[in-house]
Structures are given as structure tokens and as C-alpha cells.
Design a protein around this ligand. Structure first.
Ligand SMILES: Cc1cc2nc3c(=O)[nH]c(=O)nc-3n(C[C@H](O)[C@H](O)[C@H](O)COP(=O)(O)OP(=O)(O)OC[C@H]3O[C@@H](n4cnc5c(N)ncnc54)[C@H](O)[C@@H]3O)c2cc1C
Length: 392
């Protein structure tokens, strides 16, 4: 039986492993942590991603644990709602015409539960990949603990600092965003306090923009932060409370549940596939989180790569893997990076006339049904999946 190694048990690795396992392929998942990570990260699932995840039977549970959000909004910090987009216009394009707010760790746990009963799947924790070598017969992964694991192919889904990417010598080209992203979550009901607030709201402002995202039980607040501010200050209770009172004065302290600060990069690997090794997800590309495209794009990589790996294992020419790179690298460069960049420009635009022009365009888009649908097909990544067929 063919044996595929998957480095990393994040959402991308777990989806790739699930596809391969369902095709009867032996899979070994190598995860550096002692258990599946459950930190606060991506929480937006776009419509086509939910369509793809249907095959695992996990979507009803994700919907039950998450929050279905048909609408999202761009707001001006002073003036309120500028444009409210309605994913309901995509009802003829997807089975899930909404964004689902559901933390990524919920998906990885559901997929683990599903794989637990599959005899040809091995989950290895405390298994940190240190290096990779390959020859004409297979791939050898060297773990930090000295163990060597051998397989026919390797999927590098080991996140932004991917050891697999380094092991195959791929460069990670791009830039680091100057500000740090502070992510907070609170029990405070922003929807009761701010009029006509959608569950997903991007609040533009020339001085301090921010994002409000509602999950089933909490609101998340994403605040760009000066990278020169020491982390102990940035994350201190006093500083966070002061900034949150700046967002919405309540007179009483906010009840906080999580706080994280992280550096954001916009980078794409120069190669996704080298021989028997392929990168997917954050290992291959990272972008700012505005628009929720990083994890979704990564999951689309996982489905695409798994389909091609299965075909190669079943006898197709291994050159098929190069098409995975051509297709998904193009999406990362031309769709995900560009849209994330533009979303950030709308949020932090300082020039008043440029801001107004952006806002006018967004309003005009919502008012025109054909433009509204085309805009949401792009933003939800449906269009990028349709365009893949044209990539040879
Ligand atoms: C702090 C933080 C907050 C974020 N918030 C948002 C957000 O709000 N919205 C958004 O859209 N995106 C967000 N992101 C990005 C989003 O989480 C990623 O796009 C998504 O997790 C990509 O999934 P992945 O499976 O490719 O990588 P990951 O989820 O990073 O999974 C990689 C897995 O590989 C494991 N691993 C790493 N190195 C090794 C190794 N050498 N050997 C073995 N295993 C290894 C890790 O432990 C992890 O389990 C955030 C990222 C971070 C870091």
C-alpha cells in the first residue's frame, strides 16, 4: 500500500490526510505538538470550503458549533456601515451561501475523530520534522528526536515556518507587514451596542482600523498595533482595556477570553513541488487575515493536491503534481495576495479622497446585482476555483 507522510496536523494537513485515507492510502501524520493545537486562529470558512468539506460529513457539526453569517460589512469608524454584502446572492453557486464562523481547531478535532477508526492512518505527536531527503524510491523525514520516517510522498503542511519548505530549498519570497496584529476575544455583545452591526465587520479608519468578528459565543477584535510596542505592554490588561474603550467606551472593563499578538507576512514559496514533496497551506503561502483567505486557500490546496497525489499513486504521470503547483501558486499570487493587500488598503487608507472612492465603489457594487455576485464570487474564492480549470 502506498504510504504518504503528512507533516503538520493543522487544518490543511488534516484535510489532505483525510482525502488520502478515504482513498485507501496509508497515511502517517507527523505533528510537533503533544496534541492538536487549539489556539485562537482562523475562524472563517468560506462557502466553497464548506462545499468541499461536505464529503467528510463534518459540516453539520461545524454549523451546530459555529455561527452562520450570510452578511458581512465594511464600515467607517465614524460614520458606520458603508456597504453590507449578502452572500445569499450566491445561493445558485454554492450549497452554503454564507460564511461560517467556526474556530479552525474544531475542524481538526472533528477530522481526527473521524480518522481515529481508520486502521491505515497513524497520528504521531511530538514528532517535529527537522529535515527531508528524497531519492527515486521515496522520501525520508528526519525527526528532531532522531527518528527517520520513510514514505512514498510527503505533504508539507507544517505551517508558516515550515521545516519541509526549508528542507526542499524553496524560498519564501515577499514582505513582513509593519504592524503586529493583536487578536482579542471578549464576551461583550457588540451586536447589542452597535447599531446594524453585521457579524463580520471591517472597520476602516485612517488612524486606527480594526475588525470585529462574531463567533458562536464570543466577539473577536483584531487591532493593528505598532510593532515597536513591547509585547508585555501590548498584551497588558491596562493597555488592552484602554484600547477597547477606545473602540467602544463601556465604562466597565471588558471581559477578555483570549489575547494574542502575531506578526503577519505576505509571502509565497517559489516552488510548491520538488520531486516527491509538495507544500500546502501556510507552508506554501501566507497573507494578512483580512478576508479570511489564508486558511481557506490552504484547504483548497489540500483538496487539489490530494486529488492529484491519489491519481499519481493510482498510476497517473507524476508530472501531474507540477500542475498542482501551477494552479495553486497562481491563486496564491494573483488572488489571495492581491485581495488581502487590497482589503488592507481599504482599511488603512489615509488619503480622504481615495477612501471615498473605495467607499463609492463598494456601495455601487452592492447596488448592482451582477457586480455584487461577481464581487462575492471572488471574495469567497469560488471564482479562483472555477478559473483553475484554465491553468494547464
Ligand atoms: C496567531 C495566529 C492567528 C491567526 N489568526 C487568523 C485569523 O484571525 N484569520 C485568518 O484567516 N487566519 C489567521 N491565521 C492564519 C491561519 O491560522 C492559517 O492560515 C491556517 O492555520 C493555515 O493552516 P495550516 O494547516 O497550513 O497551518 P497551521 O494551522 O499553522 O498548522 C501547521 C501544523 O504543523 C505543525 N508543525 C509546525 N512545524 C512542524 C514541524 N517542523 N514538524 C511537525 N509539525 C509541525 C504545527 O504544530 C501545526 O499543527 C492566524 C495565524 C496565527 C499564527
Amino acid at each position: 500500500m502506498a504510504h504518504v507522510l503528512v507533516a503538520g496536523a493543522g487544518p490543511v494537513g488534516m484535510v489532505a490526510a483525510s482525502c488520502l485515507a478515504d482513498a485507501g492510502i496509508r497515511v502517517t501524520i507527523l505533528e510537533q505538538s503533544p496534541d492538536l493545537p487549539d489556539d485562537l486562529r482562523a475562524s472563517t470558512f468560506h462557502p466553497p470550503t464548506l462545499d468541499m468539506l461536505e464529503r467528510f460529513g463534518v459540516v453539520p457539526a461545524m454549523i451546530e458549533q459555529g455561527l452562520v453569517c450570510p452578511q458581512w460589512q465594511v464600515r467607517d469608524r465614524e460614520r458606520g456601515a458603508i456597504a453590507t454584502f449578502d452572500l445569499g446572492v450566491l445561493k445558485g453557486d454554492t450549497n452554503h451561501p454564507y460564511r461560517l464562523q467556526c474556530e479552525q481547531w474544531r475542524l481538526t478535532r472533528m477530522l481526527r475523530d473521524r480518522l481515529a477508526a481508520v486502521p491505515h492512518v497513524t497520528m504521531q505527536y511530538d514528532a517535529r520534522v527537522a529535515d527531508v531527503t528524497q531519492d527515486s524510491d521515496g522520501v525520508t523525514v528526519l525527526l528532531e528526536n532522531g527518528e527517520a520516517v520513510r514514505g512514498d510522498f510527503l505533504v508539507g503542511a507544517d505551517g508558516a515556518r515550515s521545516a519541509v519548505r526549508k528542507g526542499i530549498g524553496a524560498q519564501f519570497e515577499g514582505q513582513t507587514i509593519p504592524e503586529v496584529f493583536l487578536t482579542l476575544s471578549t464576551t461583550f455583545a457588540f451586536h447589542d451596542a452597535i447599531g446594524a452591526l453585521a457579524n463580520i465587520a471591517y472597520i476602516s479608519d485612517p488612524v486606527e482600523w480594526f475588525v470585529l468578528l462574531r463567533t458562536a459565543s464570543l466577539w473577536r477584535l483584531l487591532l493593528p498595533t505598532d510593532a515597536s510596542e513591547p509585547e508585555e505592554v501590548m498584551l497588558s490588561e491596562a493597555r488592552i482595556q484602554a484600547r477597547m474603550q477606545g473602540v467602544l467606551p463601556t465604562g466597565t472593563p471588558y471581559e477578555l477570553r483570549h489575547r494574542t499578538a502575531y506578526r503577519v507576512h505576505e509571502r509565497v514559496a517559489d516552488r510548491y513541488v520538488v520531486g516527491r514533496v509538495a507544500l500546502a497551506g501556510d507552508a506554501a503561502h501566507v497573507n494578512n487575515p483580512l478576508g479570511g483567505m489564508g486558511m481557506n486557500g490552504g484547504l483548497h490546496d489540500a483538496f487539489n493536491l490530494a486529488d492529484k497525489l491519489i491519481a499519481v499513486i493510482q498510476g497517473a504521470d507524476a508530472a501531474l503534481l507540477a500542475r498542482y503547483e501551477r494552479q495553486r501558486r497562481k491563486v496564491a499570487l494573483e488572488v489571495v495576495q492581491q485581495q488581502a493587500l487590497r482589503n488592507r488598503q481599504i482599511m488603512n487608507q489615509r488619503d480622504a479622497s481615495v477612501r471615498e472612492a473605495y467607499f463609492d465603489e463598494l456601495r455601487a457594487t452592492v447596488d448592482d446585482p451582477a457586480r455584487h455576485r461577481a464581487f462575492l464570487l471572488r471574495g469567497s474564492l469560488i471564482q479562483s476555483l472555477r478559473d483553475l480549470e484554465n491553468v494547464a
